[in-house]
Design a protein around this ligand. Structure first.
Ligand code: GCO
Ligand code: MG
Length: 444
């Protein structure tokens, strides 16, 4: 640079030009300048809200920030071991996160995930989900937008759902399914009780109990399979061709029975059969695929990427239906949806009663933003639940409509929540056992 030019610049600076355009000396300062005036919120407190408004234990994490009125909620519901999630949040994640900024959701997810060294278990994943979803809620509230906007916006107007029709007898199931169809549902899950047996998904009559070597809850898969297949035949005949039928096998059969079940059900043109195998038997999905074209949904028991990755990558299932808080929250579920889209697999997030309304909003958000959305399981919210969780998504004609308020759009009335505390059940929310005739305990 010439001496004259240097002199000219010096004289401009000396004339006060620097005051108008301060010199940026390094990249850090540049970033600081970009965010000056709006420092990211910092985590001031993390607490756990527990309640049981509809028979199942719900757990929600609340993150409070140092900015007045800015907080967020995340679902951390693991109803069978609910008491363990609270200390996982309060004793481990809270001290790890206090005073960190809320703006780096992925970074926080990865660092929390790693901080236990051992990972991918249901308790820690639910605790992590509570944090993850609360941070998304905060980001949405900051932006003044529902989370679906932060994730790219809607792919559809509302979320197509299936309802549960179940009863002890075939006719009960048909009648309930017809009621749902009259309400506008186009897809119905059907489950029937097996007399004298503790089958999944429906009450049963105390009919002729099979002779067995114990007096406790009894299940024999071959009987249950014949009854379920009969139900599918009756439902297809009585409900017509237009309705989509779904059925939850709930991992209750031997691998070979599961293959037979899926093959036999092909003639009833299912929307899907759900969880035909337990996560321990994933290798058998290849046999189901080789034998029939019944669509398969799988995954509500999954916690680890090693469970869903091979099923998606090998296109062994048609719908991935993990329980979003069990895989660690909204952030990892979004990645699963995107991975699945690449392989032509659709989503069907687990949506039972043991998901809090905050978790249902996370499901509905994923449903809206994912091109490969398949179907959403629907569980109604009772009055107590709606008194505690204000802003639940709304059901109309078989479609769930998202709450359009910022974040998840849900406000929790903690005083109302305290009026529905966890009740002291005999197993503290844990499940009892179901056994074969000879006394062998089975997966439920
Ligand atoms: C479903 C599920 C539930 C689970 C329950 C366990 O498909 O809705 O199978 O009914 O059994 O969420 O707590
Ligand atoms: Mg299920």
């Amino acid at each position: 640079m010439s001496i004259e030019r240097r002199g000219l610049l010096k004289s401009i600076a000396g004339a006060g030009a620097l005051a108008l355009a301060p010199r940026i000396t390094n990249a850090d300062e540049q970033v600081a300048r970009a965010t000056r005036g709006t420092p990211p919120p910092r985590i001031r407190d993390i607490s756990v809200i527990e309640c049981q408004p509809d028979g199942v234990r719900l757990t929600v994490v609340k993150i409070t920030t140092d900015q007045p009125g800015l907080y967020g909620y995340g679902c951390a519901t693991f109803t069978q071991r609910a008491d363990l999630v609270k200390p996982a949040v309060e004793k481990y994640l809270r001290p790890f996160l206090l005073n960190k900024t809320t703006d780096r959701i992925e970074d926080i997810w990865q660092s929390c995930y790693d901080s236990s060294y051992w990972k991918n278990g249901p308790v820690l994943n639910n605790a992590l989900s509570g944090i993850d979803q609360a941070l998304w809620d905060i980001k949405g509230r900051q932006a003044g937008m529902p989370v679906y906007q932060l994730a790219g916006g809607k792919c559809r107007e509302a979320v197509d759902c299936y309802a549960h029709a179940s009863g002890p007898d075939f006719q009960d199931v048909v009648d309930i399914a017809k009621k749902y169809m009259e309400q506008g549902f186009r897809k119905v899950r059907v489950q029937v009780g097996v007399p004298g047996m503790a089958a999944y998904g429906s009450a049963h009559k105390d009919g002729d109990r099979l002779k067995s070597l114990h007096d406790g809850p009894l299940f024999e898969p071959a009987y249950a399979m014949r009854r379920s297949l009969k139900l599918l035949e009756i439902c297809r005949r009585e409900l017509g061709d237009e309705v989509e039928l779904l059925h939850d096998m709930h991992e209750r059969f031997t691998p070979n029975q599961a293959v037979q079940f899926c093959k036999e059900a092909e003639q009833y043109r299912m929307f899907f059969l759900e969880d035909p195998l337990s996560p321990e038997d994933l290798g058998y999905f290849r046999q189901i695929r080789r034998n029939c074209a019944t669509p398969i949904a799988m995954g509500e028991l999954f916690n680890s990427p090693y469970e869903w990755q091979p099923l998606i990558a090998e296109q062994l299932i048609d719908y991935i239906r993990v329980h979003v808080s069990q895989v660690g929250g909204f952030s990892p579920a979004r990645k699963i949806a995107i991975l699945a889209e690449q392989f032509g697999v659709k989503t069907a997030w687990h949506g039972p009663g043991d998901v809090s309304p905050v978790g249902h909003m996370a499901n509905v958000t994923l449903d809206l933003v994912s091109y490969n959305f398949g179907i959403q399981e629907y569980s109604p919210f009772n009055d107590r639940t709606q008194a505690i969780f204000q802003g639940c998504p709304q059901m109309k004609d078989g479609y769930l409509w998202v709450n359009e308020k910022p974040g998840w759009g849900i406000e929790i009335d903690e005083k109302e929540a305290a009026k529905s505390p966890f009740t002291a059940g005999p197993l503290n929310g844990g499940w009892g056992e179901v056994r074969l005739r000879d006394g062998t305990v089975i997966k439920q």
